[in-house]
Design a protein around this ligand. Structure first.
Ligand code: COA
Length: 159
């Protein structure tokens, strides 16, 4: 059975930190499904379609990376996709506490589902989508945190 892993997130916007995790996951698994969550509770700057489009474009040339939208439980997406692996990036102990709780709850809802944690490379260890949005909003440079295409999209949105 081919190994399929899901990497879920809000991606508001997709950052180099996320891309780092996705590319590393693509080395480990046959297929990586990047799952863009609605995350209505977070009131994202970019709507679902915009986040889906920017994420799809970032991986358009990589056949083993698929990008999908989901609205609902992650375990339901995993069942629909026939995937038993969730990938999450860990930047810090604080991430681990939250992630370990989610991994545990997901496994209670779907026994057999494994969450694999990849340590975020130090270069991206402090990056978050919120901080990138904030820096851009106040005129700071975000070019080192997101791909050039996404930088343009963010600057357009905020102009
Ligand atoms: N590099 C850079 N930033 C990273 C990162 C990395 N490697 N890993 C995480 N982040 C940042 C994100 O940018 C995000 O920043 P923000 O809060 O400023 O937006 C933050 O860390 C956490 O975001 P993310 O990893 O994308 O998770 P999330 O909280 O947006 O998404 C879901 C969480 C969507 C996976 C989770 O809510 C979910 O599964 N929802 C579906 C409903 C469900 O099943 N709920 C029950 C779960 S038990």
């Amino acid at each position: 059975m081919a190994n399929k892993a899901i990497y879920p997130g809000t991606f508001d916007p997709l950052t180099n930190g996320h891309i780092n995790i996705i590319q590393r996951a693509a080395e480990l698994f046959d297929t990586v499904v990047v799952a863009v969550a609605r995350s209505a509770g977070k009131s994202p700057l970019f709507d679902s379609q915009e986040r889906l489009d920017m994420t799809k474009n970032a991986f358009a040339t990589q056949a083993t990376i698929e990008v999908v939208f989901f609205d609902g439980l992650l375990v339901d997406l995993a069942k629909k996709q026939g995937a038993k692996i969730i990938v999450r990036g860990i930047r810090s102990i604080a991430d681990f506490e939250y992630e370990s709780q989610m991994a545990g709850m997901n496994r209670q809802m779907m026994p057999g589902l494994e969450t694999v944690f990849l340590k975020t490379d130090a270069e991206w260890g402090d990056v978050s989508s919120t901080l990138v949005r904030d820096i851009a909003r106040y005129g700071g440079s975000i070019g080192q945190f997101v791909p050039a295409e996404i930088e343009k999209i963010i600057l357009n949105k905020l102009s």
